[in-house]
Structures are given as structure tokens and as C-alpha cells.
Design a binder for this molecule. Structure first.
Ligand SMILES: [Zn+2]
Ligand SMILES: [Zn+2]
Length: 282
């Protein structure tokens, strides 16, 4: 045991309260990290674990609920590291404090750890714990903000085949990895999107979905939709909420947002065509 009094934070050298190893700003930063983990973690795999077989539209009452999004927001090694980090630290806390274990749900575990950040700051292992959480929070944010290299296109339609279809967003076609049936990527993507159009999402999630579509401007730049892009359109009255989530935050239809997204691309194409015309005229 160290006999010297800790007077500065072991993470950032700011002054600390008596007996703490981490300062208040470090505690606050960790709380923000845990909040964003709890908020975002579902985006990592919720869409991909629901790659139901594509059925004819309107067949079955739950067709729209089950429609998978044709995008891949999963970064499995990020998810793995996140789970590892959170459960490891939760176990340390439970061992020392004797709390009841939280549900086996990453958002729940993140909230559980968030409830004791002040106490963690006073533990010998506190700085290491805060560092670990900071790292996985950054990884998670990156994984869901980066358009995926492959898009998920649901389960193969062939009889008795449950091959998972995947393709590069710009590939013209793809083959089922199991039975080699060929699929037109654009057609398949549109089919899935049309079915997912009824689904409702918050502004942040919607912005990520539009970005993950991997569409490009005429000059080849990837189209990134920040949350602001959505909220601006809400302010201008172009996008209206259709529902609210449990916490009262507005939800929007993916189809409505996608129409605005496509319109925006069309305008960019028109603008590019006009300026090309001007150049040839000059
Ligand atoms: Zn600090
Ligand atoms: Zn197949």
C-alpha cells in the first residue's frame, strides 16, 4: 500500500479530492462514456441479429417489425471487447461491494457501473477502469459511425438454404455463400429498405442508418449524415415525428427520412450537371 497522499489524478494530473485516485472531470467523462455506451450499444447488433428470411410484403402481421435493415452496423470484435471490458469491471465491483449482478445486457451493465463511478474513483484500480471504459467507448462510437465495408442483405431465398447474403455496397451482384444463388445487390437492397421504411428511429440512429447506406455524391465523396442533418429538417418542417420512445424522444419513419436523403442526392446531381454545363459553355 502506498503511503504517499494522492493529491493529483493518476489519469490527468488534475488535483483530486481526499483519498481519490481520479479527479472529478475524469469521473464525469467516464459517466458520459458509459451513457453513450448504454445509448449506442444496441446499434451494434440489433439489426443484424434480425436477418429474417425475406418474405413477400404484407405477408404476416409482423412483417414490418421484423424487416431487417440492409446495413451492417455490427463490428463484432468491438462488441466482443466492449462486453469483455464491461463484464470484467462489473464483476470486480460486485465482488467488492456485494451488489446483485445486473441483467446480462450491456446497456444495463453500463448503467450499473455508472451508478458507482464516484466510488470507483477512490479505488486503487479506478484509473485503469476509467481508461478501459474510455477506450471501448471510443471504439464503439467509431464502429457505428463508420459506414460498413459490407452490407447485410438478409437470408437466402432458396429452398432449404439459410445462407446469409452479404455484399460490398457498390458491387452489382452477390452470391449466396451456401448455395451460390446470385442476387442483384441494388434490387435486393431496395426490397429490404422498402420493408424497413415503416420502422421508426430516433434522430441519431436515423442519421447513422442514412450514412451507413454508403451512398455517394456525384464527385465520389461518401455521404455522411450527421444528426444535425435530421434535426435541421425537423426544424424546417420537412420531417415530422410519428411517435415517441419510452423516454419521450421523437421517432421518425425511416421511409420519410430516406425520401429526403434521396432528394438531397438528386439536387447534388443536378447542381453538378449545371456546373459542368457552365464549364463547357465557358
Ligand atoms: Zn483526472
Ligand atoms: Zn442460398
Amino acid at each position: 500500500m502506498s503511503t504517499e497522499n494522492t493529491t493529483t489524478c493518476r489519469r490527468c494530473a488534475r488535483p483530486v479530492a481526499d483519498g481519490a485516485h481520479c479527479c472529478t472531470p475524469c469521473v464525469h467523462q467516464t459517466e458520459e462514456n458509459l451513457d453513450s455506451i448504454a445509448e449506442d450499444v444496441d446499434d451494434l447488433d440489433v439489426t443484424l441479429t434480425r436477418q429474417d428470411r425475406v418474405t413477400a410484403p404484407g405477408s404476416g402481421r409482423h412483417a414490418t417489425d421484423e424487416a431487417p435493415l440492409p446495413i451492417n452496423l455490427r463490428a463484432s470484435d468491438v462488441g466482443h471487447r466492449l462486453r469483455n471490458t464491461l463484464t470484467t469491471w462489473a464483476r470486480v465491483i460486485i465482488d467488492e461491494r456485494g451488489f446483485q449482478e445486473p441483467d446480462d445486457d450491456l446497456a444495463e451493465i453500463a448503467r450499473f457501473i455508472r451508478g458507482v463511478t464516484g466510488w470507483i474513483a477512490r479505488q486503487e484500480w479506478g484509473p485503469e477502469c476509467f481508461d478501459d471504459i474510455g477506450r471501448v467507448a471510443v471504439d464503439l462510437a467509431r464502429a457505428i459511425d463508420t459506414p460498413p465495408p459490407m452490407i447485410a442483405l438478409g437470408t437466402c431465398d432458396a429452398d432449404d438454404c439459410d445462407g446469409e447474403l452479404r455484399a460490398h455496397p457498390e458491387a452489382p451482384w452477390t452470391k449466396c455463400p451456401a448455395c451460390r444463388t446470385a442476387y442483384d445487390v441494388a434490387k435486393r437492397r431496395d426490397q429490404l429498405l422498402a420493408r424497413a421504411d415503416q420502422r421508426r428511429f430516433g434522430a441519431a440512429r436515423l442519421a447513422r442508418i442514412l450514412t451507413a447506406l454508403g451512398d455517394r455524391y456525384p464527385d465520389g465523396r461518401l455521404i455522411i449524415r450527421p444528426e444535425k442533418w435530421i434535426t435541421n429538417r425537423v426544424q424546417w418542417g420537412k420531417l415530422r415525428p410519428v411517435d415517441r420512445d419510452q423516454r419521450g424522444r421523437p421517432l421518425y419513419r425511416l421511409g420519410d427520412a430516406r425520401r429526403l436523403h434521396d432528394l438531397d442526392i438528386q439536387q447534388a446531381i443536378l447542381k453538378a450537371a449545371k456546373s459542368a454545363e457552365k464549364e463547357t459553355a465557358a
